[in-house]
Design a protein around this ligand. Sequence first.
Ligand code: HEC
Length: 166
Amino acid sequence: MKAGDAPNPLDGKRGKQRSVHNTYFTLPVVLLMVSNHYSFIYSHELAWVVMVLFIFAGVLIRQFFVLMHAGKTQPAYPAFGVALILLAFWVAAPSASSPSGTAGAQGPDQAQITGLIEQHCVQCHARNPEHAGFSAPPAGLTFENWDEILGQKRRFNRSWPAATCR
Ligand code: HEC
């Protein structure tokens, strides 16, 4: 434009497209960025359905604000968005008859539990943690043997009943 040439209108259209994407996908993208803290979002076998529901919920809720800024109040948009979030919770909810993973209906056995804890927890939760930056067990918790694991089982999973642990 400074040189007196006509600007390519395609650039403007692309900018508008990015702006539309940002408007509608901010909430879902933030959710997906932090989703590794919320295993129900990614670990379910229907995780892609959960993700799609959250994306559409985010778009609907955002549309409410877009319209509100234009002076129109349409509460049906967030109501429908919240309904989709509740549907996502329903899809992702654990069911007693089909536990996730390979553990089977009886729940995981001792070898599976210690295997998972050795793989994912003991690098920090040990008397001498191997994980960089830890000189002592975090929160004072060590999971180096079965007694220590059982002693904290209620903190791992408040629904872990004593009877299911073989
Ligand atoms: C990278 C290091 C690290 C790993 C790996 C790790 N933790 Fe922790 N854990 C921490 C830290 C740090 C805290 C203390 C957090 C605090 O004080 O708020 C903690 C706290 C805890 C607590 C106490 C929290 C509470 O509110 O009661 C439990 C239970 C726990 N961890 C279980 C686990 C389990 C189970 C695993 C493996 C699946 C695991 N941790 C893996 C670092 C780790």
